[in-house]
Every structure is written in structure tokens, then in C-alpha cells.
Design a protein around this ligand. Structure first.
Ligand code: SF4
Ligand code: SF4
Length: 413
């Protein structure tokens, strides 16, 4: 695509990056078929190609209106379009640039500003979120069923293994995950301990920064990234093998720290090192597949599950088939899931900011997941887990919890 970026943006780092991305787009429209919002709403401006066109207009100096903001807000940032695009258009990076610029040019209503500000302040703060969730759980029996379903049940963590292994890795604790499902990181720690690795949370590290970054508090999101780098750095220098992330949504941004902080003289090199060390827990477990295989008893009864691969896992991290292979080895039969590339509607804070679209996506996703009559649903991201649990009639778990359970059953460990 030919571009003529306006003088105010052309020579800036964002302008140069956006220009390079825009020039790759050939307007073929292949991406429309896999875009959830285009599929639902049928409006070209709610498709990747339409949004790219809106951002191009803005970058070329056309007036920006609320209309552009609405269509960018409705984007889930699921990046299904990136997976489909034959020209390698990095839509996710472009929409980050586009949203930041729209935010500067188009004022939001006071109510919208307040809502976004509250989300950006409360979700990444572990204490206030945990307190709000605890109150919600107490009030749950008195709430309307639609609201009560959105409050996740308690998931006790169980015991963390002692730090007894020579091989060491860090795990990101995150922000909402410790309150919603402390069981996930504890299960990962038990699985890796059995495989000879000590997994440690670093208390000073917190939210990965994605919540703030995607709410257009991009500077705050980058500060969070820097705080995590500072917290992890002594452990990196001490030789940890990896920074493990059990929420694929968080893993996507941690693996991107190097890119996001490339212009920061004080943090660029450290951020690149952190990104190189960052691994989704599936990558770490898959690397130990031989050791893992020795733990399974072939005669164990098989259970059927539907695996929901989060957008961040399949389109962001491009990890496909890895979790599924681990689960099959562990004795699970995976039921078919139609339209597995489509988002469940969670998408960070999307389910709170665009509830109508989110509900429709959830409805379709639950129907697809349950169509193969599984006994339960597994996923790889805490946001998807909470979203699916609000709509599914089956239990929803993180896949590492299933592996932990199976290892425990196999050896009584
Ligand atoms: S598939 Fe890629 S090149 Fe084609 S319109 Fe979509 S973003 Fe542009
Ligand atoms: S990121 Fe997802 S919702 Fe946004 S344009 Fe791409 S496919 Fe559509």
C-alpha cells in the first residue's frame, strides 16, 4: 500500500514503524474471514482492513473523530488477522500506535474516562483486586445470576514445593491471577519440581503491564515492565534458566518487553534479555517431554477435554499444538473445537468495556467447546478461564492443573 504520512508523525519512531507496517498491506482482505468483530458485525470498519484504513487516514493527516476511536475500541487485539495475513502485516503493533494517537486527539466522555481509569488502577493492584473479589464472593448468593456467574469460585493453591532443585526458574505472579486462581502457578511449581526444576515467584514483580498498556495508559504499562525487570534482574544475574509465564496473555507482552523498551537507553539491553528468557509454561514442559513420558501409566483411564487455545497463545505467541500434545501424552482425549481460531471475548478488559460483543463471542465459543461433549474445558490464560467459567456448563481449568493432577495420580506425589 502506498503511504504519505503527515509531517507531524513521519520521522518519529512510531511513524517509521507504522509506515513500514502499512506498506506491507496489499488490501487483499484475507484477514476479514478470521476477524471475530467483522464476522459478528459485518461492517468493513470493524475488520482489520477497515481499521488499517482508518489508521492510515489519521497518520496521513485526515481529521480523527470518535468514529475511528469506536472501531479501534471494538478490536479485541486478538491478532487472528496477523495469523491469516499472507503479507506479514503486524497489525498488533500498528493498532497500539493507532490507539495511542487517537487517544491524544479524541476526547472520551467523563464516564468512559473514569471507567478506564478505574480499570487501569485497580486490576494491576493485587491488594484492591483481591479485596474486591473476596467481597464479591461473599455477596455472590445475593447477586443476580448473570452477575454471580462472573465471580469465579475459589481455587485453593495447594502446597508449593520446597526450593530444593539446582535448576531454577522464575514464574510471573501477575496481578489478578493470584486472586482468581492461585492454583495455576502452584500447579506449575509442582509439575516442574517433579521434573527437577525449582519455580520461584519474585514478590516484588507484579502485573506484566498489559492491562494498562492496552487501556492506552502505555507509559504506565512500560513503568510496570521496568519494575518487573528490576525485580527479576538479580535472579537473572544469578543464573535462572527462564522466566515462566502461565498466562499466555501476559507472556505475549513479557516476550515483547525488548521491542517495547528498545528506545530506552537504561532498559533496552535488560528488556531484550528478559524477553529472550521469557517462556510460556507449555514451552518449558514440552522441553521435558521425555522425562514427562516416563511418568504416565498407559493403562490410566482417558478423559475427554476440550482445549481452548487463547488468542494470545495461538496468534500472539504462535504456540500451536504444544499444549494439545502434552495433554494427549498425559492421557486426555481432545474433542474437536469448531472455529478454534476465534476469540472467547475475554481479551483483557474487553469483556468489561464491550460487554455486548463479548457476550456474543462467549456464547459462540462455549457452544463450540461443548459441541464435542467433553467432560471439562481447559485453557492457558486466566482471563479466558474466568470468561469461559461464566458461560460454560462444564468445569474450566488451566491445562497445567490437569497435568499436575495426573502426575500426582500416577505416582502418588
Ligand atoms: S490480509 Fe494482510 S495484506 Fe491482506 S488486507 Fe488483511 S492485513 Fe492487509
Ligand atoms: S485483532 Fe482481532 S478483532 Fe482486531 S482486527 Fe484483528 S482479527 Fe479483528
Amino acid at each position: 500500500m502506498q503511504t504519505q504520512l503527515a509531517d507531524w508523525i513521519r520521522t518519529t519512531p512510531q511513524g517509521e514503524e507504522a509506515d513500514a507496517i502499512l506498506r506491507r498491506c496489499v488490501h487483499c482482505g484475507f484477514c476479514l474471514a478470521t476477524c471475530p468483530t467483522y464476522n459478528l458485525l459485518g461492517d468493513e470498519l470493524d475488520s482489520p482492513r477497515g481499521r488499517i484504513y482508518l489508521m492510515k487516514q489519521m497518520l496521513e493527516g485526515a481529521p480523527v473523530t470518535r468514529r475511528t476511536q469506536v472501531h479501534l475500541d471494538r478490536c479485541l487485539t486478538c491478532r487472528a488477522c496477523e495469523t491469516t495475513c499472507p503479507s506479514g502485516v503486524e497489525y498488533g503493533k500498528l493498532v497500539d500506535i493507532g490507539r495511542a494517537l487517537v487517544e491524544e486527539k479524541v476526547a472520551r466522555t467523563p464516564g468512559d474516562r473514569l471507567r478506564r481509569w478505574l480499570l487501569a488502577r485497580t486490576l494491576p493492584a493485587r491488594g484492591p483486586f483481591a479485596a474486591a473479589l473476596a467481597l464479591g464472593r461473599i455477596a455472590k448468593p445475593f447477586l443476580p445470576s448473570a452477575l454471580a456467574r462472573r465471580i469465579p469460585a475459589r481455587r485453593p493453591a495447594g502446597a508449593w514445593p520446597a526450593r530444593r532443585r539446582a535448576r531454577r526458574m522464575i514464574v510471573l505472579a501477575g496481578c489478578v491471577q493470584p486472586a482468581i486462581a492461585p492454583s495455576i502457578n502452584a500447579a506449575a511449581a509442582r509439575v516442574l519440581d517433579r521434573l527437577g526444576v525449582t519455580l520461584m515467584e519474585v514478590p516484588e514483580a507484579g502485573c506484566c503491564g498489559a492491562v494498562q498498556f492496552h487501556l492506552n495508559y502505555q507509559r504506565d504499562g512500560l513503568e510496570r515492565a521496568k519494575a518487573n525487570i528490576d525485580a527479576w534482574w538479580p535472579h537473572v544475574e544469578a543464573g535462572v534458566e527462564a522466566i515462566v509465564v502461565t498466562a499466555s496473555g501476559c507472556g505475549t507482552i513479557v516476550k515483547d518487553y525488548g521491542h517495547l523498551l528498545r528506545g530506552d537507553a537504561a532498559y533496552a539491553a535488560k528488556a531484550a534479555r528478559i524477553s529472550a528468557l521469557a517462556k510460556d509454561v507449555s514451552e518449558v514442559v514440552a522441553a521435558e517431554r521425555d522425562a514427562l513420558a516416563a511418568r504416565w501409566r498407559p493403562a490410566d483411564a482417558r478423559r475427554s477435554i476440550a482445549f481452548h487455545s487463547p488468542c494470545s497463545l495461538q496468534h500472539g505467541l504462535r504456540i500451536n499444538g504444544v499444549v494439545e500434545a502434552i495433554l494427549r501424552d498425559a492421557g486426555f482425549d481432545l474433542t474437536p473445537v469448531p472455529d478454534a481460531h476465534l476469540c472467547c471475548g475475554s481479551a483483557g478488559t474487553y469483556s468489561l468495556l464491550e460487554p455486548a460483543i463479548s457476550r456474543r463471542l462467549l456464547h459462540d465459543k462455549v457452544r463450540a467447546l461443548e459441541s464435542g461433549r467433553p467432560e471439562l474445558v481447559a485453557t492457558a490464560n486466566v482471563g479466558c478461564l474466568a470468561q469461559l467459567a461464566a458461560g460454560a456448563s462444564l468445569p474450566v481449568v488451566h491445562w497445567i492443573e490437569l497435568v499436575d493432577q495426573r502426575m500426582g495420580e500416577a505416582r502418588g506425589a
